[in-house]
Design a protein around this ligand. Structure first.
Ligand SMILES: Cc1cc2nc3c(=O)[nH]c(=O)nc-3n(C[C@H](O)[C@H](O)[C@H](O)COP(=O)(O)OP(=O)(O)OC[C@H]3O[C@@H](n4cnc5c(N)ncnc54)[C@H](O)[C@@H]3O)c2cc1C
Length: 438
């Protein structure tokens, strides 16, 4: 671990009274929105360490990955839960301000390059920080190997052996270090470069079936890679595209039952009623069902939660995470050319150098490994609070896709934002959040 930089150090640093020390592991979108939520909702002086194994904050907008469009439209990407149009408004004010574009119709429907989205997130981050003279953010490059939750305060143990204690730790590690997005892009570029030199190249195999796979596949083609591409995916089909929504769907009261089977019977019955009554498209129905499942979740015993995790979580993700319609259309055209085709899934353990891991599977095992706990004993509530064998783990919150390794969601960015704000308000170790007002 080494010190990288500190921001927000210009103003006077408050003296007297304790200064909270907070760690955020992961400097991707989930880590950044957690930092913003802290600056907006935690009205006490604090120092937050934004720690990432490799990527600096905002790196998801760098290079080719930053040119790929967001899967969600601008209306779903606000970092402010009380202002859903915040990103669309930012786009309007920034694109229209210099007169380059005369009008921008329905900016909330746009799927913008992630680099632009990164600029928005970093702008809001900077604005929040400029309003807090009593806050310091330190960004560190360091690989957290272990979070000791048995110590009096949570202790981070870094790969190089250094340790640091914190009043509160937010885990926002996305899909985990093993499935880092930057590594997928680098490996895909290297394989395409290597194979382009062959006279009769073997196929390049991309493993996965989500937005990352879609973006990398289309990028390789856009850059002239002409060889055969195999897509190794268990589902053997494309991710779903967004369709225009026709408003929300109302579900009846969920049962107070404690079995997954009962919960699914209820969800299926409500889906059928909603489809018949409101002519609802399946996406609106799935979204309404997901929200209801989160409510039912609170009553489910751990064994039933583990059954959902083992048998249903992947399918639930597949139907909840959707591509921009244009990206989906381009993928369909690509499959029609016959140069790209689906093949059965394969083990990555025996994969050759022309096989690239593009999976996006939040790993409960990675989270459990970080905490040295059994994944089957862990659960996370909708405010990111972790429990072990039903007992809340104090001073620790889990935010974003890594949390969805253990529960239904968050699958969308708006859900991650809500979770981050709830987590900040719910964080109570040593009275973290509730003690003061602005
Ligand atoms: C083209 C494309 C478009 C997308 N569009 C959207 C969208 O519109 N909405 C959406 O919600 N999602 C979208 N996604 C998915 C998106 O990438 C993830 O949802 C998002 O990156 C999750 O953010 P995160 O901060 O949780 O995870 P990440 O961005 O993966 O960040 C996690 C960070 O944690 C670090 N880390 C992990 N483990 C450790 C450790 N032990 N120690 C230190 N650091 C660690 C990693 O290095 C990484 O930088 C898109 C993906 C692609 C490829």
């Amino acid at each position: 671990m080494f010190f990288e930089r500190g921001v927000g150090e210009d103003g006077p640093w408050p003296t007297g009274g304790p200064i909270l020390k907070i760690a955020i592991i992961g400097a991707g979108p989930s880590g950044l929105v957690t930092a913003i939520a802290l600056m907006k909702r935690l009205h006490r002086p604090f120092e937050a360490w934004l720690i990432d194994a490799e990527d600096a904050p905002g790196a998801f907008g760098n290079g080719a990955a930053g040119m790929a469009p967001t899967t969600e439209p601008a209306r779903d990407l606000s970092v402010a839960p009380e202002r859903p149009d915040d990103f669309a408004d930012w786009l309007k004010s920034n694109w229209l301000a210099d007169g380059t574009i005369a009008t921008l119709r329905r900016p909330q429907d746009l799927h913008v390059p992630r680099a632009l989205y990164r600029d928005y997130v970093m702008a809001r981050f900077g604005e929040a920080l400029s309003l807090r003279k009593d806050v310091r953010i330190r960004t560190f490059r360091g690989h957290v190997r272990h979070v000791d939750i048995d110590a009096a305060m949570p202790r981070l143990v870094f790969r190089d052996g250094e340790c640091a204690d914190f009043d509160h730790v937010f885990v926002a590690t996305g899909f985990g270090v093993a499935q880092r997005e930057a590594a997928s892009w680098q490996a895909a570029h290297a394989a395409a470069d290597r194979l382009s030199g062959h006279e009769n190249p073997p196929p390049l195999t991309l493993v996965g079936n989500g937005p990352r796979l879609a973006a990398i596949l289309l990028h390789l083609r856009a850059n002239g890679y002409a060889g055969d591409i195999h897509v190794a995916a268990a589902s053997g089909r494309l991710p779903q595209p967004h369709v225009r929504s026709h408003g929300g769907i109302a579900f009846g009261e969920p049962p107070a039952g404690r079995s997954l089977q009962e919960a699914f019977r209820y969800v299926r019955r409500e889906c059928r009623t909603a489809e018949a009554r409101e002519g609802g498209h399946w996406q609106a129905v799935v979204d309404a069902a997901s929200a209801r499942l989160a409510v039912v979740w609170r009553n489910l015993p751990q064994a039933e939660r583990n059954r959902y995790r083992r048998h249903l979580l992947r399918l639930h993700r597949h139907f909840s995470i959707r591509l921009a319609a244009d990206v989906h259309r381009r993928l369909g055209t690509e499959i029609e050319t016959g140069r790209t085709r689906f093949v059965p899934p394969r083990s990555l353990k025996s994969a050759d150098e022309n096989t690239v891991d593009c999976r996006e599977v939040p790993s409960a095992r990675a989270l459990a490994g970080l905490l040295s706990r059994d994944a089957a004993a862990l659960s996370i509530d909708d405010g990111g609070r972790l429990s072990n064998h039903g007992a809340p783990v104090p001073a620790l919150s889990v935010i974003g896709p890594i949390a969805s390794s253990l529960r239904p969601g968050p699958f969308t960015f708006a859900e991650t934002v809500r979770q981050a704000y709830r987590a900040v308000l719910a964080a109570t170790p040593h009275g973290l959040a509730r003690t003061s007002q602005p």
